[in-house]
Ligand binder design. Structure first.
Ligand SMILES: CC(C)(COP(=O)(O)OP(=O)(O)OC[C@H]1O[C@@H](n2cnc3c(N)ncnc32)[C@H](O)[C@@H]1OP(=O)(O)O)[C@@H](O)C(=O)NCCC(=O)NCCS
Length: 147
């Protein structure tokens, strides 16, 4: 069973391990996760595996006025395709609704089929493309869900 809770400093070591597996080319650093903790605009959630009490997934966003931007979302490869990413995304969307956000935005690397499929399943639409956004090589697809 996975339970979701707000990210705390003690989760970051385990998050960094997953981050390296999920984004080997450009993982977020410890500093980046730590700065989310001190950022009032940020909502960052962890999924904890209740068997091991270890982090299995995490995701976060910024909420600014009535706009929201998902900044990161990842599921440990050992836990992928079990519905956890979808649960995490719907949790973030529900928080947006509670906070009266009008839309949720995100960027995803072109060719990231699992992520693009998940976002489309949850009603995100492609609204733009940023050429060579990731490492000067891969395009970013801009996606939006109107709430
Ligand atoms: C994208 C990611 C978060 C999905 O997490 P997950 O827990 O495996 O996803 P779920 O099991 O909840 O699946 C939800 C939906 O995502 C899509 N999906 C997930 N994995 C997929 C795959 N390998 N191929 C195609 N679609 C996939 C499907 O639409 C799926 O719905 P379905 O089960 O009804 O087919 C996960 O693959 C991941 O962490 N990837 C690496 C990090 C990453 O790319 N993050 C997104 C950055 S923008």
């Amino acid at each position: 069973m996975i339970r979701f809770e707000l990210m705390r400093a003690q989760h970051i070591d385990e998050i960094l391990e997953i981050e390296k597996k999920c984004f080997p080319d450009d993982p977020w650093t410890r500093n980046m996760f730590e700065s989310e903790l001190g950022n009032k605009m940020s909502v960052f959630v962890c999924g904890i595996d209740e068997d091991s009490e270890k982090v299995a997934a995490y995701g976060g966003m910024w909420l600014i006025a009535d706009l929201s931007e998902i900044t990161n979302i990842a599921v440990d490869p050992a836990f992928q395709r079990e519905g956890i990413g979808g649960r995490l995304l719907s949790l973030l969307i529900n928080i947006c609704r509670e906070r009266k956000a009008a839309a949720v935005h995100l960027e995803v690397r072109d060719g990231n089929i699992p992520a693009v499929s998940m976002y489309e399943k949850f009603g995100f639409k492609r609204v733009g493309l940023r050429k060579k956004y990731y490492g000067g090589k891969h395009d970013a697809i801009l996606m939006t869900k109107i709430l």
